[in-house]
Design a binder for this molecule. Structure first.
Ligand code: PEP
Ligand code: MN
Length: 263
């Protein structure tokens, strides 16, 4: 593929604290609620996940919701709760940055900054996070081709930041049985083309909790460098994405099952 100066396919391992992501390192487990809803929720979840063997805690404080009337996240309070939960459990945290105005706060609190699917094409935001020294989790745009996704990563890298973890989270296709179509062929393609680690998010990728286990196995079988899964202590009462969230106990089974084969 033409026009790439930085991400030429040479292997890049991204360090997050003591964790090495990518290359020949074992897959990483990223899990947590879609959104931080309360201090108790995120602390309870973090402690349960740590015990199961999770490596990184996720949780949205600024949520990109389709409807302006849906829960938008707790904002700065959510960041504080997430960090407190991460510290209590001894886990690094990843959270989404949607708006440049929150860059300083998110960069101060988070160990990894997530750029969500809706912002993969936000070139000013990509440039901004390219200028900071912090790992980035770059989700695939929901309608992004492989080339567009590669170029979004190249944007970040070209401004100096090569600490990029890619996340396949499904794309929109004519098929609408699942929320998105999880494009697992993208995993080995993106690894080869960019050299970057690629993790898979079967929660947004399918939108169906029963599909999380089979698609997690499939993701690891095709060489994914990690899994990002939404876990909620009470999915039916979740303020966002409850239908695709699993409980810590269900998550434990997923981890035990995939570990038998791969980890
Ligand atoms: C998320 O991970 O919380 C999220 C909003 O995902 P995406 O950007 O992939 O829709
Ligand atoms: Mn979600």
């Amino acid at each position: 593929m033409e026009n790439r100066k930085i991400l030429t396919g040479e292997k890049i391992v991204v360090k997050v604290g003591k964790l090495n992501i990518g290359g020949d390192n074992p897959p990483v487990l990223i899990a947590g609620p879609c959104a931080v809803e309360s201090k108790k929720q995120v602390i309870d979840t973090a402690l349960a996940l740590k015990e199961i063997g999770v490596n990184i805690l996720r949780g949205g404080a600024f949520k990109p919701r389709t409807s302006p009337y849906s829960f938008q996240g707790l904002g700065l309070k959510g960041l504080e709760y997430l960090r407190e939960a991460g510290e209590k459990a001894g886990l690094p945290i990843v959270t989404e940055l949607m708006d440049e105005k929150n860059l300083d706060a998110v960069a101060e609190y988070a160990d990894i900054i997530q750029i969500g699917s809706r912002n993969m094409y936000n070139y000013p935001l990509l440039k901004t996070i390219g200028e900071i020294d912090k790992p980035i989790l770059l989700k695939r745009g929901m309608s992004a081709t492989i080339k567009e996704w590669i170029m979004a990563a190249e944007y970040i890298a070209t401004f100096g930041n090569k600490k990029i973890i890619l996340c396949e989270r499904g794309i929109r296709t004519f098929q609408n049985y699942t929320r998105n179509t999880l494009d697992l062929a993208a995993v080995p393609i993106m690894q080869k083309e960019t050299g970057l680690p690629v993790v898979v998010d079967p929660s947004h990728g399918t939108g169906i909790r029963e599909l999380i286990l089979p698609m997690s196995k499939a993701a690891l079988a095709c060489g994914a460098n990690g899994l990002m899964i939404e876990v909620h202590t009470d999915p039916k009462c979740a303020l966002s994405d409850g239908f695709q969230s699993i409980t810590p106990e269900e998550y434990r089974k997923v981890v035990e099952d995939v570990k038998k084969y791969f980890l």
